[in-house]
Design a protein. Structure first.
Ligand code: ADP
Ligand code: MG
Length: 387
């Protein structure tokens, strides 16, 4: 193992959030599953009838939960960990429409509706600014998408022209022109210093929370501009936003930690078969299927864990059974029609809960790390003197 201090073994934490029924579900007369919370706030009984089981998680967030409450039970402790030099990972898992993106992003411009990523950015920069003035710090943001087993950089995509082309083109031509060239995508590599990383991924320097929120907006625009025009693909890609935090203190000690937010594709297994070949449907579901296999292998204590079977599990390898503090946010709907998916997601959480991680404090060891920090500080000084 590369560097760091003694590691603490800790189970992955599970937070289960149940969203309220939407206006359209209510208008359609949807019946809701019955739900009963245990007195401890950790056990939940969900179901149409008494025969359905009780699930135990670390915290149940009922439909009345506000975004700020969800934050304080999930990402808040990860920001604290990252400030101490430990990698943190928050993974949103659940069926399409369960509330993953609402929880992760929400409306960043609205104090009440802002999701976990904008809240974490404010929390992180607030703490860094309050920290000892002699410390040198840098934060970099990356944002990637995995779709059909291809990894794309969401911060480095050719700009999409929305202006109507000079010559009248068919809608199909416009869609084709704006579709990114998927190619083979970015490669995943491993180094002794940095563990597993995506090669060539843009690392945008962030100096305040607004920079992170801008990366989120730019990345989401690239995501939707590229693929959502076609069909419901956005729900079937995985997106991971990562903040890399480097700190060097006056006493010469240093830390290096990553904070990742993974908004996964819908966990439902059925592919929307319309217009897709079986091979395509398999590719779309590959990462979610493989995530189940990895979680099953880890929770059963198997020696061989098939991390390399998909891009998602390879990128999340450290978060699942490795050097990271990890929280899984399960997002589910209570409307009756989603019952099967809700139970499936809760069953997944029961297996994931048995996974043990051992996070340690990482220090800035490589010359490259220190170079990055120095370059960033010089760039920041340049900005200040230019004002
Ligand atoms: P997912 O990303 O899991 O597919 P979304 O986050 O897009 O699901 O949520 C589906 C719909 O439900 C959206 O219209 C969203 O605004 C709404 N929604 C999700 N969670 C909540 C919540 N906790 N409170 C209110 N509305 C929610
Ligand atoms: Mg979503």
């Amino acid at each position: 193992m590369p560097h760091g201090e003694a590691s603490a073994t800790e189970s992955i934490r599970i937070a289960a959030r149940f969203r309220p029924s939407t206006a359209s579900e209510i208008a359609a007369g949807a019946r809701e599953l019955r739900m009963k919370l245990g007195d401890d706030g950790k056990s939940v009984w969900v179901g149409p009838d008494e025969a359905t089981g009780v699930y135990t998680v670390d915290v149940v967030l009922p439909p009345s939960s506000a975004q700020v409450q969800v934050y304080s039970h999930t990402a808040s402790e990860l920001v604290e960990a990252v400030l101490q030099g430990t990698h943190g990972s928050l993974i949103a898992y659940g069926p399409t429409g369960g509330g993953k993106t609402f929880s992760m992003v929400g409306d960043p411009s609205d104090e009440r509706l802002a999701g976990l990523i904008p809240r974490a950015a404010h929390h992180l920069f607030g703490e860094l600014k309050a920290a000892s003035p002699g410390a040198q710090t840098s934060v970099h943001c990356s944002y990637l998408e995995i779709y059909k087993e291809v990894v794309r950089d969401l911060l480095d995509q050719p700009p999409v022209e929305f202006k109507p082309p000079a010559k009248r083109a068919s809608l199909r031509d416009t869609v084709e022109a704006s579709r990114p060239k998927l190619g083979r995508g970015l490669a995943i590599r491993e180094s002794p210093e940095h563990g597993i990383f995506v090669e060539g991924l843009t690392q945008a320097a962030a100096h305040e929370a607004a920079d992170v929120i801008e990366c989120l907006a730019v990345g989401n625009a690239n995501r939707f501009a590229g693929i959502a025009l076609h069909d419901g693909q956005a729900a079937r890609s995985h997106c991971i936003l990562t903040l890399t935090v480097r700190q060097k203190f006056e006493d010469g000690s240093s830390t290096y930690a990553r904070l990742s937010f993974a908004d996964l594709a819908g966990s439902e297994k059925t592919a929307h078969a319309t217009g897709e070949t079986l091979a395509e449907a398999r590719l779309i579901n590959a990462s979610i299927m493989c995530l189940s296999n990895v979680v099953a292998a880890l929770s059963d204590g198997k020696e061989y864990v098939p991390y390399r079977d998909s891009k998602l599990t390879r990128i999340l390898q450290e978060s699942l059974g490795g050097n990271s503090k990890t929280v899984i946010l399960l997002t589910c709907a209570l409307a009756d029609e989603h019952a099967a998916e809700t139970h499936e997601a809760l069953r997944f959480s029961q297996r994931a809960q048995r996974i043990k991680n051992s996070a340690r404090v990482n220090s800035l060891e490589s010359a490259a790390d220190i170079r990055t920090l120095k370059q960033d500080l010089e760039a920041a000084r340049g900005l200040v003197s230019a004002l």
